[in-house]
Design a binder for this molecule. Structure first.
Ligand SMILES: Nc1ncnc2c1ncn2[C@@H]1O[C@H](COP(=O)(O)OP(=O)(O)OP(=O)(O)O)[C@@H](O)[C@H]1O
Length: 631
């Protein structure tokens, strides 16, 4: 039978939330209504338990729940707390119960069983739509002889240096591959030249279309859109210096929007203005930071994207997947690259003079992986790559060799790129960091200077709660600043308070995750300042213009000396300090640490202990989705 009360069930199943219970109860009732006579009480309870687990899996970002994952599982068991969990029988028994309810794809109910995985119909529809659209766009369209010639010349002139002999230049490969496709994915870690490469891809595609392609560029967050715009602008300047045809260069736009703005999302609705009936007016859409996109957003983008339009996606498949449901980037990539079909490899060779691995059965022709780093190299790069390979030994040795020495006069004078702070010394180190980074921000002569100072440093942590979570760290920073006579007023607005918006407000153009600073305006009143990504960056100052928002009009905000690693995706800072929980935690994974570390441009500090660090690297953040199989 279906359990009647959430509070009773929550004592038996760890990590359960009320929404899991109520949703499973309503879904069970809905599915049982037409077939209640055929299901025994035990079978009904089993169905309810599967739906409970399905919603729990969705909350963890999975698009579906493979039934095999439940087989024999003690779901929600916590031995330490004496919580028994729910016992699931084997797969055959589970499928036998599911076979008695109307959950086949052709049924119309709210739940779907497809390829032995359970879905909420909503996500199943999104996944099928995305797969079908991408499959169509994936087809390869070989170039004509004349087109080959023009692209070969362009590739030669648009890359500043000749390729290194005996080494495949994957950036060139990406260009040669993308010119024959309506879907390309370029994946690589930070500084591997994704934007550098895609600018050359855009150039080549414009050359093929006589500069007439209408190009749109977008990213999941305002910060990521801003960075994309700046990187494209920088890449265009390089091309100009190399003497590439300026008409062609000018046909690449320098504007980038958030996906929400691109699609015209409206307040209080999940339905954007643009879609199948009102498509985007563009021939090419470039999306950056694709790992942050969830399946629902990608489905909406594809609905609005004309069938013949080219889609190019950039991202880092090693980063955390989206906060919402789905693992789009991971589903569309594969490492190492299995190779390209013979036809594709021949085109790549004709254009670049390089031979790439051939695999006729490869489903990843749309993908190019960039592996060579042009930006950081050094210790941050070594640490990031050891972390993503779950190499506890190498990464720990690197941290251990860079333990913070109290004798160091200043954190800013540290020439190494990595510092390790043993967890028992976190507070001592934090005091130094606050005085070196946040004090000058509070004392800055202008809001522009304060913004620059704010972008120098950020404290990152995996969680909001707990002693090392966002809330506690923000409190600790404010207490340190208060004790240093910085005249701040914890819990209230004060000049120099960094704030993060926590809800969307279309009226004042502020969105969840936007970061601003409270500062005094020309009249001496406290207002909030935010970067105005819709105005042109001042190229001389290399700074985004700021705009003022009256404090009374602000949506919900919170102090942001520290923020979660999830929220920081798509942003970069000169120095990033990652503070990990004092004890091992299920939330830690190599992907989470990698995402945090790669936010740092010059320096990364890690506050942890050996046990927590090594345990974090043993876990893998796995998400279940059927997208890869459908492609
Ligand atoms: N082949 C190359 N030759 C010379 N410089 C390069 C090359 N590729 C990239 N760069 C330089 O490396 C830097 C990083 O490149 P880019 O910004 O394109 O990387 P990215 O992968 O987009 O980084 P992120 O993900 O951090 O935004 C830029 O300054 C770029 O000009």
């Amino acid at each position: 039978m279906i359990p009647l009360r959430f509070d009773t069930l929550s004592q038996q199943v760890a990590g359960l939330e009320a929404i899991d219970f109520y949703l499973a109860r309503d879904l069970s009732r809905c599915l049982l209504e037409p077939s209640h006579k055929t299901l025994s009480g035990t079978e009904q309870a089993l169905l309810f338990n599967m739906l409970l687990a399905l919603h729990w899996f969705l909350r963890q970002g999975n698009t579906c729940l493979p039934v095999a994952e439940l087989a024999g599982l003690s779901f929600g068991q916590d031995r330490e707390k004496g919580i028994p969990g729910l016992q699931f029988p084997g797969k055959i028994e589970l499928l036998a119960v599911l076979a008695q309810v109307a959950i086949q794809p052709e049924d119309t109910g709210p739940v779907v069983l497809d390829r032995e995985a359970l879905y909420l119909r909503r996500y199943w529809i999104f996944e099928c739509e995305v797969a079908e659209d991408l499959r169509h766009r994936m087809q390869f369209l070989p170039l004509s002889e004349a087109q080959h010639k023009s692209i070969t010349t362009l590739v030669k002139s648009s890359f500043p240096r000749a390729p290194v002999p005996e080494e495949i230049d994957w950036q060139r490969v990406a260009v040669a591959n993308a010119v024959g496709r309506r879907l390309s994915i370029i994946s690589g870690g930070p500084g591997t030249g994704k934007t550098f490469t895609v600018t050359r891809v855009l150039l080549a595609l414009q050359a093929l279309h006589e500069g007439q392609l209408r190009i749109e560029m977008a990213a999941p967050t305002g910060k990521a859109a801003q960075r994309l715009k700046e990187s494209i602008s920088q890449a265009k300047q390089q091309l100009q210096k190399q003497g590439v045809d300026s008409g062609l260069i000018n046909s690449i736009p320098e504007t980038a929007k958030t996906l929400h703005r691109l699609l015209g999302f409206r307040p209080r609705t999940v339905h954007p203005r643009l879609g199948v009936e009102h498509p985007l007016r563009c021939d090419l859409l470039l999306i950056d930071e694709v790992s942050m996109i969830d399946i629902a957003m990608l489905a909406r983008v594809l609905r609005a994207l004309p069938e013949q339009a080219i889609l190019i996606m950039l991202g880092d498949a090693d980063q955390l997947p989206s906060v919402e449901v789905g693992s789009v980037m991971a589903d569309l990539t594969c490492r190492p690259h299995p190779g390209y079909s013979g036809v594709v490899a021949a085109q790549i060779e004709a254009i670049t003079g390089q031979s790439v691995p051939v695999d006729e059965s490869s489903r990843f022709g749309h993908l190019t992986l960039l592996t060579k780093t042009y930006r950081f190299g050094g210790e941050i790069g070594i640490l990031a790559s050891a972390v993503i390979q779950s190499d506890g030994k190498q990464s720990w040795a690197l941290l251990h060799d860079h333990e913070w020495q109290q004798t160091q006069a200043s954190l800013l004078e540290d020439s190494a790129q990595v510092t390790y702070i043993p967890d028992h010394r976190t507070d001592e180190w934090l005091k130094n960091a606050c005085l070196e980074y946040y004090r000058p921000m509070l004392l800055a002569p202008s809001v522009d200077d304060a913004f620059l100072q704010l972008s120098q440093f950020r404290l990152l942590t995996p969680t909001r709660v707990g002693n090392q979570g966002v809330v506690a760290l923000n409190d600790r920073v404010e207490q340190i600043l208060l004790r240093s006579n910085m005249g701040i007023r914890p819990g209230q607005h004060y000049r120099g308070r960094p704030i993060m918006v926590t809800e969307n407000h279309y009226g004042v153009r502020l969105f969840n995750g936007d970061i601003g600073l409270v500062w005094t305006n020309e009249e001496g009143h406290l207002v909030a300042y935010f970067e105005d990504s819709e105005r042109e960056t001042d190229k001389d100052l290399n700074q985004t213009p700021l705009r003022q928002v009256n404090l009374a009009r602000l949506p919900a905000v919170e102090t942001v000396y520290a923020m979660t690693i999830h929220k920081t995706q798509g942003s970069e800072f000169q120095h990033v300090a990652i503070v990990l929980p004092e004890v091992e935690s299920a939330i830690l994974s190599p992907e989470l640490l990698y995402t945090g570390i790669t936010r740092a441009k010059q320096h990364v500090s890690i506050c942890t202990s050996e046990a927590v660090w090594k345990a974090a690297l043993k876990k893998r953040a796995k998400r279940y989705s059927g997208l890869a199989q459908r492609l």
